[in-house]
Design a protein around this ligand. Structure first.
Ligand code: ATP
Length: 261
């Protein structure tokens, strides 16, 4: 069933959001949100679409959002002065808002650093954080989120290089998209004031997939880094112990995390 914009507005009116733009179909919610953010969007404004025809993952990889089945939205944050030093943590904030919504449904989600959420080793959600700059400073952050809610949202296997699933597949019943959206936003708003704390960083690190395990991080055209996944640095970089017992930090960028098989 298509999303009902009246129901959307009514459900979300309980949250302290900015404005909401709903599209039955759109290229990419992040593109729309970036343009709006560069203009006059208020903090916590939301772009949401029933379908994306050109949804993006990182590095212009494609994110698949067929109609009527998934959640695809972009939330605009205007960071406060206190938040500015911690902007690299925003991807963790969004990932934890997803995992908390899934835990409330008794699933056991994990975060595949830096930007995916897994359930039992299958990707159920992806996050794409992008920024609007004003000179040297970040003016706005756009948090793009795609969640596979119903079975039909899972892309065909041949387009995937990591296994995927949906909430419906994992739960055994079709959850309500609007409820999942509400919970994500509510969780994010609740967690946001803790962004700078060690408690936040620890929660994020504890939620990582492959913690303590041997992993491989593919780094674009450079040789991959192999090591034991130890946790996170303060800026959200991934901390590994390499084969020489040395601690190395891997930054966000053209990276792909894989278990070492
Ligand atoms: P990987 O997941 O392979 O480590 P990545 O983290 O760089 O790579 P993302 O940018 O998070 O990938 O997402 C893009 C990739 O996710 C696509 O290349 C595609 O394989 C896969 N994908 C696209 N749409 C979906 C979806 N709805 N559910 C699960 N996976 C998807």
């Amino acid at each position: 069933m298509l999303m009902n914009p009246n129901e959307l507005n009514k459900t979300l009116s309980k949250l302290p959001l900015g404005e909401i733009k709903y599209f039955e179909s759109i290229g990419s919610t992040n593109d729309e949100a970036l343009a709006w953010a560069a203009n006059d969007a208020k903090d916590l404004s939301l772009v949401i679409a029933d379908e994306q025809t050109a949804g993006r993952g990182r590095l212009d990889r494609k994110w698949f959002t067929p109609p009527d089945t998934a959640l695809a939205f972009s939330l605009i944050l205007r960071p406060t002065e206190d938040e500015r030093p911690h902007l690299p943590r925003i991807v963790g904030l969004a990932a934890l808002a997803v995992t908390d919504a899934l835990k409330a449904r008794r699933l056991t989600p994990q975060i595949k650093w830096p930007n995916d959420v897994l359930v039992l080793g299958h990707k159920v959600a992806g996050i794409l954080v992008e920024s609007v700059w004003s000179g040297e400073d970040i003016d706005c952050v756009v948090i793009g989120v795609g969640i596979n809610v119903l079975k039909g949202s899972v892309p065909p296997e041949e387009v995937l290089n990591f296994p995927a699933t949906s909430l419906e597949d994992e739960l055994g019943y079709p959850p309500d998209r609007m409820e999942v959206l509400f919970e994500f936003l509510d969780n994010l708003i609740t967690l946001r004031p803790r962004l700078s704390t060690d408690e936040f960083l620890n929660r994020w690190a504890e939620s990582l997939a492959f913690l303590g395990e041997q992993v491989q991080v593919e780094l674009g055209d450079q040789p991959p880094v192999l090591g034991q996944l130890l946790g996170l640095e303060s800026d959200g970089s991934l901390r590994l112990r390499d084969g020489h017992d040395k601690t190395v930090a891997v930054r966000f960028g053209d990276v792909r995390l894989r278990p070492l098989t």
